[in-house]
Design a protein around this ligand. Structure first.
Ligand code: ATP
Ligand code: MG
Length: 298
């Protein structure tokens, strides 16, 4: 695929942080192309470099070496004005902790990026309603965030991310604070936006049960991409994982336990932030990653 056909073209990208006298290589020699109109999942245990890579894609951070072309333009060579333009018009962000302003209604939260970009009142109204409609929340337009469920808040955040009609959505563990039903529905929404609106979504996740909705899955380890699956290879690998789960844990009941445990483990694998229920989730996270990896990857 030539670079003119991809949204983001990453080559030999490395990001090294200086921490005192030490150096941390958060992203290491990553080469990756993000084609338009796909739902791309980024997986990997805590500290593997997912957030750093997403930040670099958004031009929020600068590479130490290597390059990122955004629609053919080198992000590192851009000035602040051009980067602001990309962030306002080309990329929508969705974070784990929805990030809505508590005193604004759902409508006003979604409308905000349009105000910042100077859209007129009629266009703001039209686009905000359209975005809320896409996420199925028009009936909640006048609610403030605290009057919405977690899943609804994340839908508002997604509406806010798409309201400027950017070609690319970057989502950093968007379902980390949601239960399994809401997590499935958020990923379903991404899937639908990719198919119906041609948007490209890159989402970092710890939740293996959501991967069936992705077009491709890239696994990171120690800053590098160590696994890539798409198409039939991806589906058959996910079926293997499912099958081995049922085989290995027959006493787990109705099969929903695994899903809800997985999706509640947003903090899984973050040893620096122990949380009350992270132990099981962490073990499952590791377990999942080991299963996702092909034996030949080692
Ligand atoms: N600003 C920073 N300064 C120094 N080191 C950093 C910084 N940001 C990240 N790192 C380090 O870079 C590595 C990758 O971090 P990153 O946040 O990208 O991982 P992650 O895959 O998103 O993890 P998680 O799943 O926990 O969110 C980690 O070792 C982290 O400690
Ligand atoms: Mg992260």
């Amino acid at each position: 695929m030539s670079s003119s056909q991809v949204i983001i073209d990453i080559e030999n990208l490395t990001r090294v942080y200086d921490v005192g006298a030490e150096q941390v290589t958060a992203v290491k020699d990553v080469t990756l192309q993000i084609p338009p109109g796909q739902f791309i999942a980024l997986v990997g245990r805590s500290g593997s470099g997912k957030t750093t890579l997403l930040n670099l894609m958004a031009g929020l951070d600068k590479p130490t070496s290597g390059s990122i072309l955004f629609e053919g333009e080198d992000l590192a060579a851009m000035g602040e004005k051009e980067l602001t333009n990309i962030r306002r018009h080309k990329v929508g962000f969705v974070f784990q902790a929805f990030g809505l302003l508590p005193l604004l209604s759902a409508f006003e939260n979604v409308e905000l990026p349009l105000r910042i970009s100077g859209f007129g009142v009629r266009q703001r109204e039209e686009r905000t309603r359209e975005a809320l409609g896409i996420v199925g929340l028009l009936p909640r337009a006048n609610h403030r965030p605290y009057e919405l469920s977690g899943g609804e808040q994340q839908r508002v955040a997604i509406a806010r991310a798409i309201v400027t009609r950017p070609p690319l959505i970057l989502a950093d563990e968007p379902t980390g604070e949601l239960d399994s039903t809401n997590a499935q529905s958020i990923f379903g929404l991404f899937r639908e936006m990719v198919e119906t609106h041609g948007i490209t979504v890159v989402a970092a996740t710890h939740d293996s049960t959501l991967l069936a909705m992705a077009d491709q899955v890239n696994e990171m380890r120690d800053g590098s991409i160590v696994g890539h699956l798409e198409g039939e290879d991806l589906q058959s690998r996910l079926e293997d994982i499912q099958a081995s789960r049922y085989r290995d844990r027959p006493s787990d009941g109705d099969g929903t336990t695994e899903v809800s445990e997985d999706s509640s483990d947003a903090s899984a694998g973050q040893p620096e932030q122990p949380s009350d229920d992270s132990t099981d989730g962490q073990a499952q996270d590791e377990d999942y990653i080991n299963r996702f990896r092909r034996p030949t990857d080692e």
